[in-house]
Write a protein of this length. Structure first.
Length: 377
């Protein structure tokens, strides 16, 4: 890194110009320079030294006019290869819909903690939940942290603000009696095995739709979660790996699930033979009428009709997962086992998400220990 000084003669007299070589652009690798001007050579040299000192101290130089929108576009392009398609789409949507319309024209180097605090207040007033605004904060913090690492800014102002705390809405689930009422109807449905897996394993919708026969060992009664269906770039549904390492897991299947899956496979084989060349064999467990991947909308419509036919309270498909976890914990199953079946990254997530079950577990533990001591006396 170096600087040079040049004498400049003009209509208004003599001045001095200096050019300083800056570190290459961290994204493109292109050469960067910054120009300074002064009335005297000494003043020009002092400006160059000050600029070089800034660079040596790790301060951001040469990006003063870069806007948040311009940097965010560079950042998205750089991180896309390392992100799951659904994650990339979510980040791009948060930037496009919420962050850039409010902060995009702000110069990156001049962004302040107060700017972010006002932005969060604006989004809350707009009607977003505290959890949604918390996600926006996490997103902004990550973008600005990268800007700091790349030398675009001298500090991450996202670390200097208090974002709204993430909240968990009250969970709506079915009880044991309601689950049995649902099975009484759903066991006669073409997707009977899917409904049992959803309620008895707690698998996510995308994991169920991405399930293939090669993932099942019905003789041993186990299932391996290896892929999931999610919305990717441009909103297309795509198969990919589970979000975390914990999501790639093995699940022990109840006997009723194994039995239902065997019946489902027999029906699918009959349908394959009936359609002949019209059948598209991709190995999926749950398919449409021609063997292709079952669409999310078809699943939602079927679930809505079965819920109505069962006379049960309306819940989301994802609430079947919550129902599974809640019932397991209420029956005294250790939270660590529940965490592993759900594919949560750590047990804290499981305990926090289903804290409403903890009081019953506490009472069960107290009564169990009391009874054991009484029996021993």
């Amino acid at each position: 890194m170096k600087g040079s000084v040049t004498k400049v003669a003009g209509k208004n007299g003599t001045s001095w110009a200096g050019i300083v070589d800056l570190p290459p652009d961290p994204v493109t690798g292109k050469r960067r320079q910054k120009r300074v001007t002064a009335q005297t050579r000494r003043e020009c040299e002092e400006k160059i030294r000050a600029l070089l000192d800034q660079v040596d101290d790790g301060e951001a130089v040469g990006h003063e006019k870069l806007t948040l929108a311009e940097f965010a576009a560079q950042w998205l392009e750089a991180v896309e290869p390392s992100l799951r398609p659904s994650t990339f789409r979510r980040y791009a949507d948060m930037l496009r819909v919420h962050i850039l319309p409010q902060l995009g024209t702000r110069q990156l180097a001049k962004l302040t903690p107060a700017d972010l605090q006002r932005f969060y207040a604006n989004r809350l007033a707009y009607g977003l939940s505290a959890t949604s605004v918390h996600h926006l904060h996490v997103m902004l913090h990550r973008v600005l942290k990268q800007a700091e690492r790349w030398g675009m800014v001298s500090r991450n102002v996202g670390s200097m603000v208090d974002a709204p705390r993430r909240t968990f809405p009250e969970i709506t689930t079915w009880n044991l009696e309601q689950v049995n009422r649902f099975f009484a109807v759903s066991d006669r449905h073409d997707l009977a095995a899917l409904w049992r897996l959803a309620l008895l394993t707690g698998m996510r919708r995308g994991e169920l739709l991405g399930l293939k026969w090669e993932d099942l060992d019905l003789d041993r009664g186990t299932l391996a979660v290896r892929r999931t269906l999610s919305r990717g770039k441009e909103g297309r549904w795509e198969l990919g790996q589970p979000k975390t390492a914990a999501g790639r897991r093995s699940i022990a299947l109840p006997a009723s699930c194994v039995s239902s899956l065997r019946k489902h496979r027999a029906r699918q084989n009959e349908e394959r033979l009936r359609l002949g060349e019209l059948w598209e064999d991709h190995g999926f467990v749950f398919t449409n009428r021609t063997g292709n991947m079952l669409h999310v909308n078809s699943l939602s419509q079927a679930f809505g009709k079965l819920t109505a036919a069962s006379g049960l309270p309306v819940i989301r498909f994802h609430d079947l997962r919550h129902t599974s976890a809640t019932l397991l914990l209420a029956q005294g199953v250790h939270p660590k086992i529940v965490q592993e079946r759900l594919g949560h990254a750590d047990i804290t997530m499981t305990l926090n998400r289903y804290s409403h079950v903890t009081p019953d577990m506490q009472r069960m533990a107290a009564d169990t220990l009391d009874a054991a001591l009484s029996d021993a006396s």
